[in-house]
Design a protein around this ligand. Sequence first.
Ligand code: FAD
Ligand code: NAI
Ligand code: URC
Length: 385
Amino acid sequence: MKAIIVGAGIGGLSAGIALRRTGWDVTIYERVTEVKPVGAAISVWSNGVKCLNYLGLGAEVAKLGGRMDNMAYIDGLDGTTMTRFSFAPLVAEVGQRPYPVSRAELQMMLMEAFGDTHLHLGRQVTEVAQDGDTVIATLEDGTTDTADLLIGADGARSVVRTHVLGAAPERRYAGYVNWNGLVPVSADLAPDDQWTVFVGEGKRVSLMPISDGRFYFFFDTPGEPGETVPREAFRDTLRAHFDGWAEPVQRLIAAIDPERTNRVEIHDIDPFHTWVKGRIALLGDSAHNTTPDIGQGGCLAMEDAVVLAIALQTNTLGVEDALGRYQARRSGRAADLVMRARKRCDVTHAADPQKTRDWYDELRREDGTKVMRGIISNIEGNPLG
Ligand SMILES: Cc1cc2nc3c(=O)[nH]c(=O)nc-3n(C[C@H](O)[C@H](O)[C@H](O)COP(=O)(O)OP(=O)(O)OC[C@H]3O[C@@H](n4cnc5c(N)ncnc54)[C@H](O)[C@@H]3O)c2cc1C
Ligand SMILES: NC(=O)C1=CN([C@@H]2O[C@H](COP(=O)(O)OP(=O)(O)OC[C@H]3O[C@@H](n4cnc5c(N)ncnc54)[C@H](O)[C@@H]3O)[C@@H](O)[C@H]2O)C=CC1
Ligand SMILES: O=c1[nH]c(=O)c2[nH]c(=O)[nH]c2[nH]1
């Protein structure tokens, strides 16, 4: 049986590896010649790591992961610690460490695991269709390919989604811009074994350790969408947003490399529950586009890949039946996490300033239990337990 996957991001490659392991002949078409993810790094929470373990990539991802043993929230303005705690109880409860990793390295790991024989870069799929039991992908040069199954892992601006839904859903601007990149670890920024988050004024600055002595940083700043900021102005723009903030934040702004800093206007899409049409299925951001506020978009894509492969392997009534079961198992969980991320986004970024002030007060009384409960509840409900 042959599957065509559109898109070689985290979702498409994970699905390719998962399906190949269960005997499928898989071809992936990827639009770009070099896959450059929108962010510098990604936190693969324990549910995502479990999926990579399941795909046989446990040792590799552990090598890429930073040691995130503790977490601290710091008052961004005065630099005082609001709460600091160990992640050990979280790891013990869910049974797996989380790994913040470089995106480029994660992408490379997945590409190497899939191999390049059936991965076609620089090939854009323009149209998908189904005729009887055959799916047909048309590429930009007019050529076609056929298979028994097609997976749209083509991201937030998916063309396969437009086919499945019959319309393109609107992306909703979440109200903030995320600036992210990597800097060398330095004790005058934050401890190297800790996820450190500075909060204040509905803004946020985060430092997460990844492998090889690097921090993944991001700044979240409120603002209108559609603004163009030249790279030369990145540092001054951040300085203006964080004027009066504590010393480590000023040092971080001085340490960033604007040429390698990504500026992303954050969007999501209202959850929808139709992910499948006949033998064509959506997976990853094409099926559920979330804000990054709980760090679960990529993890959900990996979960989709595992569940899809298991559904196709364990059900024998046919591809369409298995895809229906995949949709039934996944769309509720994904919708839940999209809405949880949206809620955290609003609290973090002061959609209602009083709620954000209340959250800051709560963090000052926090011993880690509630924050870990929140993160654990995102991890629980994953398909691998
Ligand atoms: C700032 C930010 C921070 C984030 N942080 C985290 C985090 O910490 N943890 C986490 O789990 N998630 C995080 N995410 C979410 C995560 O990045 C996404 O959920 C994940 O990358 C989705 O993977 P995907 O494979 O579904 O889509 P994508 O990565 O978008 O891949 C889709 C691929 O399809 C290709 N493609 C598109 N159209 C076509 C076509 N017509 N033909 C051929 N190829 C096509 C694209 O070129 C692309 O390579 C974050 C997102 C952002 C924006
Ligand atoms: N679907 C589920 O399993 C659960 C849903 N909820 C929903 O959440 C609501 C409760 O909201 P809150 O009290 O705000 O709880 P919450 O779980 O969203 O947040 C609690 C604390 O944990 C932190 N937190 C949560 N996820 C985080 C992450 N990924 N990274 C860093 N910090 C994180 C928050 O900042 C906050 O300080 C309820 O209304 C309920 O509907 C709460 C728990 C479980
Ligand atoms: O851009 C991000 N924002 C977050 O709130 C978050 N949380 C997380 O784990 N990873 C990320 N990434």
